[in-house]
Design a protein around this ligand. Structure first.
Ligand code: ZN
Ligand code: ZN
Length: 469
């Protein structure tokens, strides 16, 4: 009865609703749970476990692209760690895909002013012809400009898109920039270009290029695609400003596997629920990484945070009511293959997943929580928001939260979700580069973020709430 009155009140002001929720006697978080949450908060804020896990992964495994030795070692690493951390059940689920391996990449401006350039092949790119290719550069400021070029207007030329990703706390500059990386090669090929070079999708000023997945469109010639470091993109733009033809030489070797299939695996570990073992609270991250750097941020952070959160809860005297499942997804970087397989194995039915959250973004502190739950469950979420407010997290007034990366597919398949937003201002300085390494992890921010995930997992496993309603 109270619940239905409350749901009618949702149309009123949020201030009123907040005070109503506080005065409610039907609290979702019991005094006993509050004691445990406080205990978990204190122990987690003191614990170095998530950092130690990232240190171990980056030191003992390193990068781990689908199908590589690192990928295989990371699966073994995750299984062993979960067992050692006291997970009740640990298993793997096979994920199939293809194997792509980078070879060398050399680039230089040949004329008018010869200069060496730092480039990195985009993931999935083909090689240049033997000996490389040399051609005049056709400059476009955006992907839209490239798309607007007439077909065959780039015959014998290299297309260059110089659009620069902008820096924002929520990483919203990524979306407008990444389209060139994913689709630009086929657009350029359709116009007749022999290669695509693009400014890296990144916000740094390092002479380090950013990689990431690209795709060829069926029926269009496959041309090599590379990213230039930001300073090199600036240099190329400056040479183009001289209004003289700029000639560029590119030599890229990649091993695409020629249909060579690869097998990887999702690694899954559980803390079995004491009363509702078939109801699952899902937290997770992706286990794979790009083949440059050591994948400390992308997604070592998520691996460390979610494994440590479950491990903290496993240390409690008694198990929470629901099962806490940590899912480390395979092959996210090459197209969410692990998440797709996870869903396929469950026939698009994730009704036993009561609430979920992934971590795959940013090393800065979490400042906002956006739920994506049923209207009636919001009161309980508001109570939880009070628990994590002292850690610097505010509750978004929106109720349209989508879980990050892999788990966004689970959200779409009906899993109630929570999205935790960190300060992502500097994340794209390092993302998909050689500089994605352990030193970029801030241990203090990591402790706070790990604590938030620990409290979230425990709360979700205990709350007597149907998050779908
Ligand atoms: Zn990622
Ligand atoms: Zn990534």
């Amino acid at each position: 009865m109270l619940q239905s009155k409350l749901s009618k009140a949702v149309a009123l002001t949020s201030v009123f609703i907040a005070s109503l929720a506080l005065s409610s006697t039907a609290r979702a978080i019991t005094p006993e749970d509050k004691v445990v949450l406080e205990q978990l908060k204190q122990s987690s804020l003191k614990s170095d476990l998530s950092y130690e896990l990232i240190e171990s992964l980056t030191t003992e495994v390193g990068n781990r692209l689908m199908g590589t030795e690192g990928d295989k070692r990371s699966i073994e690493w995750a299984v062993n760690k979960m067992k050692a951390l006291g997970f009740d059940k640990v298993w793997t689920e096979e994920v199939k895909g293809t194997y792509w391996q980078r070879g060398h990449a050399h680039a230089q401006i040949v004329a008018p002013f010869p200069q060496k350039m730092v480039v990195l092949a985009l993931g999935g790119s083909v090689s240049t012809p033997q000996g490389g290719l040399e051609a005049q550069v056709a400059h476009f400021e955006t992907l839209a400009d490239l798309k607007a070029a007439p077909d065959n207007s780039l015959n014998g030329k290299i297309a260059f898109v110089s659009y620069r990703m902008t820096k924002h706390i929520d990483g919203k500059g990524y979306g407008p920039a990444v389209g060139t990386r994913v689709t630009g090669a086929s657009v350029a090929a359709q116009k007749g270009a022999s290669a695509l070079i693009m400014r890296s999708v990144g916000t740094d000023n390092n002479r380090t290029a950013h990689t990431g997945v690209m795709r060829y469109q069926e029926g269009i010639a496959k041309i090599p695609a590379v990213a230039l470091s930001n300073p090199d993109a600036d240099l190329l733009v400056n040479q183009l400003k001289r209004n003289k033809p700029v000639t560029f030489k590119l030599a890229v070797e990649t091993i695409t596997g020629h249909g060579q299939s690869a097998v990887s695996a999702n690694v899954i570990g559980e803390i079995t629920g004491s009363e509702l073992p078939n109801e699952i609270v899902a937290i997770g991250a992706h286990l794979d990484s790009w083949d440059v750097g050591t994948g400390a941020l992308d997604d070592g952070l998520g691996i460390g945070m979610t494994m440590a959160a479950a491990a903290q809860i496993a240390q409690l005297e008694s198990r929470p009511k629901r099962t806490i499942r940590v899912i480390l997804f395979a092959a996210e970087e090459v197209g969410l293959l692990g998440a797709k397989q996870y869903l396929a194995d469950r026939k698009d039915d994730v009704s036993d997943h009561v609430l979920g959250a992934e971590w795959d973004f940013g090393m800065g502190p979490i400042y906002k929580m956006t739920p994506g739950v049923g209207a009636n469950a919001l009161n309980s979420i508001r109570e939880f928001a009070q628990i994590i407010a002292p850690l610097g997290v505010s509750l978004s007034p929106m109720n349209n939260g989508v879980a990050q990366s892999d788990m966004s597919l689970l959200t779409k398949a009906g899993m109630p979700s929570v999205n935790f937003a960190p300060d992502g201002t500097d994340y794209f300085d390092y993302h998909h580069t050689e500089n994605d390494t352990l030193d970029k992890v801030n241990p203090d921010d990591l402790k706070i973020n790990t604590t938030i995930y620990t409290l979230f997992a425990y709360y979700a496993a205990q709350a007597p709430v149907d998050f779908r309603k």
